[in-house]
Design a protein around this ligand. Structure first.
Ligand code: HEC
Length: 160
C-alpha cells in the first residue's frame, strides 16, 4: 500500500511538472484549478495490453508488430512524452484507426481508464518496450498479425 501511494505521488508530481512546465513555456498563467486525477501507470501491464488488445497488429514496438500504423517506439530525443498529446493524437487519428480496427480485428478496440493509463505507461517506458516480444502477443493476435503481413506482402508483390 505504501508503495502504491508513492507511485501516485510520483505520477502526480510528474504531471504537475509537465502541466506547469508547458504553461510556463507558453507564457500562460501557472495557477490551475482543474480537478484532475492522475492514474498510477503500470507499464508492465501495458506491455501485455499492447499485444492482447491488438495494437501490435498495426503498430510495432521493439521491431515486433504490423506496419499499417506508425511504429510506437519511445524516442529519447523527444524527452518525456505528454499524456495529453498521446490522447489527442489517438483522437485525431481515430477516423482512420477505427475503421481499420473494424476491418482487421472485427471491432473497435475499447479501453478502460486503467488500461489506457497502463498502455500510455508502456509507450513512455523504454525499459518495458525493450522487453516486448512475441511472448506478449496472444495466439489470436499473432494470427491477425501474420495475416496482415501476408496481405502486405501480396500488395508489395502486385505493385512490383
Ligand atoms: C487496425 C490497425 C490499428 C490498430 C489495431 C491500432 N492502430 Fe493506432 N493507428 C493506426 C493507423 C493507420 C494510424 C495512423 C492514422 C493516421 O495517419 O491518421 C494510427 C495512429 C496511432 C497513433 C498516433 C501516432 C502518431 O504518430 O501520431 C497512436 C498514438 C496510436 N495509433 C496508438 C494505438 C494504440 C495504443 C492502439 C491499441 C490500443 C492502436 N493504436 C491500435 C492503426 C491502428
Amino acid at each position: 500500500m505504501r508503495n502504491h501511494g508513492l507511485k501516485v505521488l510520483g505520477a502526480t508530481a510528474f504531471a504537475f511538472a509537465l502541466l506547469f512546465g508547458n504553461a510556463v513555456r507558453a507564457g500562460e498563467a501557472v495557477e490551475s484549478e482543474v480537478m484532475l486525477l492522475m492514474p498510477v501507470f503500470e507499464p508492465e501491464h501495458g506491455r501485455a495490453l499492447f499485444g492482447g488488445k491488438g495494437c501490435v497488429v498495426c503498430h510495432s514496438v521493439n521491431g515486433i508488430g504490423g506496419e499499417e500504423g506508425p511504429a510506437l517506439d519511445y524516442d529519447p530525443a523527444n524527452g518525456p512524452l505528454n499524456l495529453f498529446e498521446i490522447a489527442a493524437d489517438m483522437w485525431d487519428h481515430a477516423a482512420t484507426m477505427v475503421p481499420l480496427q473494424k476491418e482487421d480485428l472485427g471491432q473497435q478496440i475499447t479501453l478502460g481508464d486503467k488500461e489506457f493509463a497502463d498502455l500510455v505507461g508502456f509507450l513512455a517506458s523504454p525499459a518495458e518496450q525493450k522487453k516486448f516480444s512475441l511472448a506478449d502477443v496472444p495466439p489470436n493476435m499473432k494470427e491477425l498479425l501474420e495475416k496482415e503481413r501476408e496481405e502486405d506482402g501480396e500488395k508489395e508483390q502486385s505493385s512490383d
